[in-house]
Design a protein. Structure first.
Length: 301
């Protein structure tokens, strides 16, 4: 998995008010906000009466700020930075604990391939040394996760880049749903829909759009190992450093954006047979589209 929560380049949220709640003229004038969130250029477009749209934008930005305060590696005051610095996080905030528990489930479902403890390995590769020593530090099974504390083994550090973007997407979708919005598409690099349908193109940096999906009330996350290189190597890392990505792009559809994000990351490093086994351990309805290096693609699940 890669180094930072904040490597996405664009974020967009489009939401519509409950059907019948807005006159056609009002729907024709969406409220738009542009700025910077989660380390990316952001554009939020809300199709709703101005008071509701303003509340929706405020709720969205609040959720994104909370995600940064919890999971950012850039912010030394974030919960993740404090955990990495001290090795322990007492009384973890509920969203942080929820994400850590999902990491445990995804680590098990992928037979250890999904592993947020690759942060020291990522840093060693970036700095050009100490790779074997860093690889020995990896292993999510060494991390203790309880409601009272999250504790790392000596020398460990975490990155949630392979899951936190999806988790933040889900936070935003839930917040907008609580406001009564019924048709929402959240795009932070991962897509999550409330209502629908929305037509989503699956794209690869080299091959372009290679498939499309209709999304209603679900989420799609996409990982492309070649989109970011680290000293010539793909940025998605196996914890033991004994595998390289097998697919050009992986897109996973699931009910949860965080689950889809984690699965798409891990599946890049897994064979078709291993992915099929992992899908059998995940909630029903989870599916994946795998784009091979030659441009051919298959869908499992």
């Amino acid at each position: 998995m890669s180094d930072e929560l904040t490597r996405r380049r664009f974020l967009a949220i489009s939401a519509a008010a409950p059907l019948g709640a807005v006159a056609p003229a009002a729907r024709a004038a969406p409220v738009t906000w542009q700025g910077f969130a989660l380390g990316a250029e952001a554009r939020l477009t809300i199709h709703a009466p101005p008071p509701l749209a303003d509340r929706a934008i405020a709720a969205t930005l609040s959720q994104l700020r909370q995600a940064e305060q919890l999971f950012s590696l850039y912010d030394p005051a974030s919960a993740l930075s404090r955990l990495n610095r001290t090795g322990v996080l007492k009384n973890p905030p509920p969203p942080f604990l929820d994400l850590a528990r999902l990491c445990t489930r995804m680590h098990a479902a992928t037979a250890g391939v999904f592993d947020p403890t690759v942060q020291p390995l990522w840093q060693a590769l970036a700095q050009g040394g100490g790779v074997r020593e860093a690889a020995r530090l990896t292993g999510w099974h060494k991390v203790s996760v309880t409601a009272q504390e999250i504790r790392l083994a000596p020398g460990q550090a975490l990155t949630f880049n392979g899951i936190a973007q999806g988790f933040a997407t889900g936070m935003v979708r839930a917040a907008l749903g609580r406001l009564g919005l019924e048709r929402i598409l959240v795009n932070t690099g991962e897509f999550a829909a409330l209502g629908g349908p929305f037509r989503i193109g699956l794209a690869d940096p080299e091959h372009g759009v290679f498939a499309a999906r209709s999304l209603t009330g679900r989420a799609i996350a996409t990982s492309s190992p070649g989109a970011l290189r680290l000293r010539g190597a793909a940025h998605i890392l196996h914890p033991a450093l004994d595998r390289r990505p097998l697919w050009a792009t992986v897109s996973t559809e699931a009910g949860s954006a965080a689950l889809a994000d984690a699965a798409s990351t891990a599946f890049c490093l897994m064979s078709e047979r291993e992915i099929s086994a992992a899908l059998a351990r995940l909630p029903g309805g989870t599916s994946v589209t795998l784009l091979a290096q030659d441009g051919s693609h298959i869908t499992l699940g």
